[in-house]
Design a protein around this ligand. Structure first.
Ligand SMILES: [Zn+2]
Length: 145
């Protein structure tokens, strides 16, 4: 970013720790942005805000001992299920899994435990599949988006 969009002053690159809220939780993480040296207005370059939110999401998961988005995706892919089928298996609402896997929404603690049980005990996945009318692929290997 070259000049301030507000006053055309000089923009400085800033890296500082900031309290970031996600839902009801908040955490201190590194935030990177530009700040105008004259009017002090702050701006994110494209993608910077997402990076800060991702850092905050990772820090909160780490603090609370929750599985990461990548871990959740791994559990789903080892079962060979689409996000939609995985939602059905777990009995959670539409778009829930995509939000977990993007890191924009946290699974609650009991769901986190359920995900770990499913991953550790394949028969529990079969049990839930039968309960919720989901067909598990015979040889899940290929990653499905
Ligand atoms: Zn300015």
């Amino acid at each position: 970013m070259e000049a301030c969009p507000v006053c055309e002053g000089r923009m400085n690159r800033v890296s500082e720790e900031r309290e970031v809220r996600i839902g009801r939780r908040s955490v201190r993480v590194l935030d990177q942005f530009f700040r105008c040296s004259s009017c002090e207005e702050a701006f994110y370059a494209p993608g910077e805000m997402d990076k800060t939110l991702r850092r905050a999401s990772e820090a909160i998961r780490h603090e609370e001992g929750l599985m990461s988005p990548r871990d959740i995706r791994g559990v789903r892919e080892r079962l060979g299920l689409t996000q939609h089928a995985f939602e059905k298996l777990l009995g959670v609402g539409p778009k829930t899994v995509v939000r977990w896997e993007k890191g924009t929404v946290f699974q609650n603690a009991s769901t986190d435990s359920l995900l770990r049980v499913i991953d550790a005990l394949p028969e529990s996945a079969q049990f839930l599949a039968d309960l919720h009318g989901v067909t598990l692929p015979e040889h899940p290997q290929v990653a499905i988006q």
